[in-house]
Design a protein around this ligand. Sequence first.
Ligand code: FES
Length: 64
Amino acid sequence: MDSANNDPEQVICYCSGSTRQQLQELINQGVDNLDRLSRITGACSGCGGCEYEITQLLAEKIQS
Ligand code: FES
């Protein structure tokens, strides 16, 4: 994935329309796993195609 693209308005999950910013805000608030993020935003509850990207967002946060 292109980690150089940090556009906050980038849609990460097309099925739910969740943007990078929305997901990152939740992660910053302590939503630290895919399951919880999914329940709150609906992300990754459709086709599952965004799972990798969301996992990356979570991993970035955990490493920082
Ligand atoms: S793009 Fe996220 S579930 Fe389909």
